[in-house]
Design a protein around this ligand. Structure first.
Ligand SMILES: [Zn+2]
Ligand SMILES: [Zn+2]
Length: 143
């Protein structure tokens, strides 16, 4: 597991490469995501960041999220109940998602061959990213 300090180093590096300043807003949005294991939505992130930066705008949070995704510092997990969710853990993993309450859980697979889809994609197709979502109902929602 990466430490928060190491994550922040990643952010600093990407900011340097893009000749951008590390604003407190950018830093706080990023930290909020990498500290969470709950795959927060933009609204969740906004609520948390506002505790530290009360006047941060909705727009700034959305713009920052897009910027972080485009720079591969975080990724979008998928859309749950119409809302995009975000993940700061870049280690290759899959997700299980409850369609009812929107819980998004991580699946880290030990067997690397499980994640080798090279044999089933068309020849000469170059794979950039693989997303696997297992959808269903969590224990609480099933009962
Ligand atoms: Zn559920
Ligand atoms: Zn995840």
């Amino acid at each position: 597991m990466k430490t928060l300090k190491e994550y922040v180093e990643d952010l600093k590096r990407v900011c340097r490469e893009n000749e951008l300043r590390i604003t407190p807003q950018r830093l706080e949005v990023y930290k909020t995501i990498v500290r969470s294991t709950e795959h927060p939505s933009a609204e969740d992130i906004l609520k948390k960041v506002r505790k530290r930066i009360p006047n941060i705008s909705h727009d700034t949070v959305y713009r920052t999220l897009n910027w972080l995704v485009n720079n591969k510092l975080i990724f979008q997990v998928g859309v749950v109940n119409g809302v995009a969710r975000y993940d700061g853990n870049l280690k290759f993993h899959f997700h299980y998602i409850c369609d009812n309450c929107g819980t998004v859980g991580d699946i880290f697979h030990q067997d690397e061959s499980f994640a080798d889809f090279s044999t089933i994609v068309p020849r000469n197709f170059s794979v950039r990213n693989i997303l696997l979502e297992i959808r269903g109902l969590c224990k609480d929602c099933k009962n």
